[in-house]
Design a protein. Structure first.
Length: 278
DNA sequence: ATCGCAGCCTGTACGC
DNA sequence: TGCGTACAGGCTGCGA
């Protein structure tokens, strides 16, 4: 599942491969559900002939800026993947959408599960207004994090996954951050000490930075769900401490990692390092 | 305010 | 081997 580090890696690669400056010459929608209902009628016309002026990331969204004040918001959800390649290549079976560029390349959106979404807007800030702060942004400080979570009474795991509290964390990095901070996912946010809050803040930033440094996490051997636009896997899966490591020894104390369900989500903890609240 | 669940989907893993 | 079933999870929307 692409989370902040994976989306950031994808965005950087699209820029590196000179998508900015290109003009869109064609659009093919193969699965209409991929396009948000509000953008569906005028989707093709809204994109064709426009120039790509910037590619950025906000939370787990890819924000493609086009000439004329139009923006594409792409959310990859579970299995969405972007692939930038020559237009002559075979169309992959799970392709849901394709954008042709004026240099004979195609940006393919491949998404077996069909959860991913594309939308067109002239006001991305309004569309993304409900999102919380960027965990790696300058305005995200220990103080602001503390103020955001202390006033609430929620379990830490669902809190970290709540994109209105903090934007960009998913299941993988939530488990990794909680393990690094030595906090049980069932702990209540309002009960954290100052030190624990600071530890969680640091852990979030550290695991996300590491994820980006390693160009993201590709899970699932053989058929990883996440690949960069040139088809490469990430390198962070080997660095994970607890996520999908049930039964393996905790890197810190050797106790076997346990899997539990918290807030309807598969969750991985070290039962010794992360003390369950009573 | 917070929680739990259904729905969106299909590939994978599992039991028989 | 082959079948059926449960499960995975980001996000939204609903009712409790």
């Amino acid at each position: 599942m692409p989370e902040l580090p994976e989306v950031e890696t994808i965005v950087r690669e699209l820029r590196r491969r000179h998508m900015v400056g290109r003009r869109i010459t064609g659009v093919t929608v193969r699965w209409p559900g991929t396009v948000e209902s509000g953008s569906r009628a005028c989707f093709r016309q809204s994109l064709c002939d426009r120039k790509i002026t910037a590619i950025n990331r906000r939370a787990k969204y890819i924000v493609v800026s086009l000439s004329g004040g139009v923006f594409i918001l792409i959310h990859l959800r579970m299995t969405g993947r972007l692939c930038l390649e020559g237009a002559f290549k075979l169309i992959p079976p799970a392709e849901r959408l394709a954008v042709e560029l004026d240099d004979k390349r195609v940006l393919r959106f491949i998404d077996p599960r069909k959860f991913g979404r594309w939308m067109i807007t002239t006001d991305p800030e309004r569309e993304l207004a409900r999102l919380g702060p960027e965990p790696l942004g300058k305005d995200f400080t220990v103080a602001s994090f503390s103020a955001r979570i202390r006033g609430r009474r929620r379990q830490l795991k669902p809190l970290l996954l709540d994109q209105t509290i903090l934007a960009g964390i998913g299941n993988i990095y939530a488990d990794e951050a909680l393990w690094m901070a030595k906090l049980h996912p069932c702990r209540c946010s309002s009960g954290l000490t100052t030190q624990e809050t600071a530890a969680l803040y640091q852990a979030i930033r550290t695991v996300l930075r590491q994820g980006i440094q390693n160009r993201g996490t590709s899970l699932g051997q053989g058929k990883p769900n996440y690949k960069t636009p040139d088809g490469r896997q990430g390198g962070n899966q080997g660095k994970l401490k607890v996520f999908r490591r049930t039964g393996e020894p905790c890197p810190s104390c050797g106790t076997p990692i346990q899997r539990l369900v918290v807030g309807q989500r598969g969750t991985h903890v070290c039962p010794r390092c992360q003390i369950r609240p009573s």
